[in-house]
Design a protein around this ligand. Structure first.
Ligand SMILES: C[S@@+](CC[C@H](N)C(=O)[O-])C[C@H]1O[C@@H](n2cnc3c(N)ncnc32)[C@H](O)[C@@H]1O
Length: 361
């Protein structure tokens, strides 16, 4: 253990107070050194987020029990400053047993894992739009019921469209379109034609029914690893939470170039669960995606959506808990469990989320 100076203690209090307040949904002025995290409304999920974020800010490993045993702000900060442990952020094991989400996502691309994942998506798409409880869940979490499986709400979609400015006569590819309701929203909002592709046959069956009443829409069951379109088809390619499943990001972006026009622009939003980075070393500019957008598309603009992302997962947990009885009453327990298991896991981990929009050529 080391001893801390009064200055160091005060600096740490100043750094931690806003995090403490944010997680307690309180104002920083209402948090004092004697505020007890749990008595002020903190629970196990917010506690996990707090120790992760404090560890990152102060460059220390902070075990959860430190907060349980030192629940006031002053006690907790004093404990963390005394601790000599260097930063090492430990993630809880994922529901599928893998020890980090990075590992979990990477392993998803192994053939046996992608089969399991695709079956899960298929079961999800076969059930979600038939569930009134799930529809209500989407409306409360995302603002609209598009049967979303990703994390982009309507505000994020609007933000991307405002940066890409597609217009009538343009043709947009929506990679990983799910039910196609986001694609239809984009067509209605911009007047552009939208082609959606997804691996899930159930999702595309639903989407094709949308296309029957809107000639701007087309959908195909298609694998992102084998995009079959003539050269120069698309003016824009957008992808909401699907790029994870491309084993070779460079291969995918090069294929985008082939099927895009000269003026092709990309809008990609994704979460980066790379919690081994510290705040000092982490930056969206260090991602492989950023490097490739610079190399192949001449640059990019990026929007930091990390705060929204962390709130998104916590909100999902709260909304699901409030709708649990409705899911059970309509016989949608499996759907509830699928979403709840994922949401409680993700809400316990700090997430980085960025929207990348490639530069105008
Ligand atoms: C997290 S969901 C996002 C769906 C939708 N964009 C949204 O925001 O709600 C990922 C989607 O990618 C699809 N997907 C997964 N692997 C794919 C692949 N190799 N090719 C095409 N789609 C894929 C899944 O079926 C699923 O619809």
């Amino acid at each position: 253990m080391t001893t801390s100076t009064t200055d160091e203690f005060q600096r740490a209090i100043d750094t931690i107070t806003p995090i403490w307040a944010e997680l307690l949904k309180s104002e920083p002025e209402l948090v004092s050194e004697s505020t007890d995290f749990f008595k002020a409304g903190g629970h196990s999920l917010t506690a996990m987020l707090l120790v992760t974020r404090v560890g990152r800010e102060l460059g220390k490993t902070v075990p959860l029990f430190a907060l349980v045993e030192h629940p006031t702000l002053a006690e907790f900060v004093a404990y963390v400053l005394r601790s000599e442990e260097p930063v090492k952020i430990v993630e809880p094991p994922a529901p599928d047993g893998s020890s980090s989400q990075t590992e979990r996502l990477l392993r998803y691309n192994e053939p046996d894992r992608s089969e399991t994942r695709n079956k899960r998506f298929e079961r999800y798409y076969a059930a979600a739009m038939g569930s009134a409880a799930h529809g209500e869940f989407c409306r409360q979490v995302y603002g609209d019921n598009f049967g979303q499986h990703g994390m982009a709400d309507s505000a994020q979609i609007d933000r991307m469209l405002a940066m890409l400015t597609p217009k009538e006569g343009d043709t947009i590819l929506d990679l990983g379109c799910g039910y196609g309701l986001i694609s239809r929203y984009i067509a209605e909002k911009t007047g552009a034609n939208v082609v959606g592709v997804d691996l899930s046959a159930s999702a595309i069956e639903y989407a094709n029914r949308l296309a029957e009443s809107d000639s701007r829409l087309r959908f195909h069951v298609m694998d992102a690893r084998d995009l079959r379109f003539p050269p120069g088809t698309f003016t824009h390619i957008v992808s909401f939470d699907t790029i994870y499943y491309a084993p070779s990001l460079e291969g995918l972006l090069r294929r985008f170039q082939e099927i895009g026009t000269e003026a092709l622009r990309l809008g990609i939003v994704r979460t980066f669960p790379l919690r081994t980075f510290t705040k000092e070393t982490w930056s969206p500019d260090r991602t492989e995606l950023a490097t490739l957008l610079t190399k192949l598309f001449g640059g990019y603009e990026v929007v930091d959506l990390s705060r929204e992302e962390n709130e998104h997962w916590r909100n999902k947990v709260t909304v699901l808990e409030s709708l649990r009885e409705q899911f059970v009453a309509e016989g949608s327990e499996e759907l509830f469990d699928f979403r709840y298991t994922e949401a409680t896991y993700e809400a316990g981990i700090e997430q980085f989320r960025y929207m990348f929009v490639s530069r105008h050529p």
